[in-house]
Design a protein around this ligand. Sequence first.
Ligand SMILES: Cc1ncc(C[n+]2csc(CCOP(=O)(O)OP(=O)(O)O)c2C)c(N)n1
Length: 327
Amino acid sequence: MTTMSPDAGLTKQRETLLRLYRETARGRALEDVVNQLAQTRTFRGFFHPGRGQEGLQAAVCTALNVDDYLLYAHRGLTYLTAKGMDPVSILGDFHGRLAGSTRGLGAGTVHCVDPARGIMGQGGTLGSCFPLSAGLALASKTKGEGKVAAAFFGEGASARGTFLESGVTAKAWGLPVVWICENNGWAVSARVQDVQGTADIAPRAAALGFHTQVVDGQDVLAVHEAAIEAIRQARGGVPAFIEAKTERIEGHFTGDMQPYRDRDEVAAAKTRDPLLLAGQRLVELGEDTAVLDDIREQARAEMNAADEAARTSPLPDGTRIHEGVWA
Ligand SMILES: Cc1ncc(C[n+]2csc(CCOP(=O)(O)OP(=O)(O)O)c2C)c(N)n1
């Protein structure tokens, strides 16, 4: 067994943290662009901001292999960029342009797909990610692909019956699923304790026999380590569950002013911003603040350029609508 010197351990921690900081900053910069598009009604439908939850999404998705499967949730977009999807392709879906992953069909966040990177989209209804991820994991296991199927969902979605049905099957069949519950305490305007009688979701997964971890979702390093372990367990045939306790800093959708929420609670959530906390930790480890400023500026420039490329890409012609229609 080799052991790392304390200095080497800190250097490695700083490198990992810098990578997670960059991915969190990229996700946030992309969402700033999309929030702007939502406010100017450039696309139809809602956008559900992931502000406060980008860090945990980056921390899990960077731990996956490129070809591992991903079913992302509606809460933001960092899942996608951290898994390697091209922001031009994502923004092309918001603009309804050919650059989008649906080549002009639009529909925004729900339909961003990138099968080459394992990004299989988002279940159309909450809770569909459970059977869908179990199905992907079953395919991987049957074909001997060695891929895990990661699915993200909120604590609200975890109350669906599909959680139990798919969880029982995943355990019985040893399916390589990794379920990540982003527990932000709110489902639209309903507080979790009020509608589920508990603030904790992990005991349900433990009762099903999943390898279960509870982690501070604002601590990117802690989430990353939990994700590495969960993925290792799943690849070995033990379904894994992570409950990341997190903060929804903004409303349920862009424009929701959260009148149902205590102002002090929102203010407290902002102090637990994952980008802020990761930045503070990096400075403690000796990183220069100018480096962090530069990372955020580069992320902004990247996403603004991606928006320009997506916006100026051609519109599809009328025949696109018939492609992929089989009946
Ligand atoms: C089956 C189903 N019911 C209701 C909705 C509408 N809906 C969309 S998001 C949401 C809240 C989900 O809360 P949670 O799962 O905790 O995730 P969060 O929004 O907090 O990230 C609801 C009720 C839906 N999409 N699907």
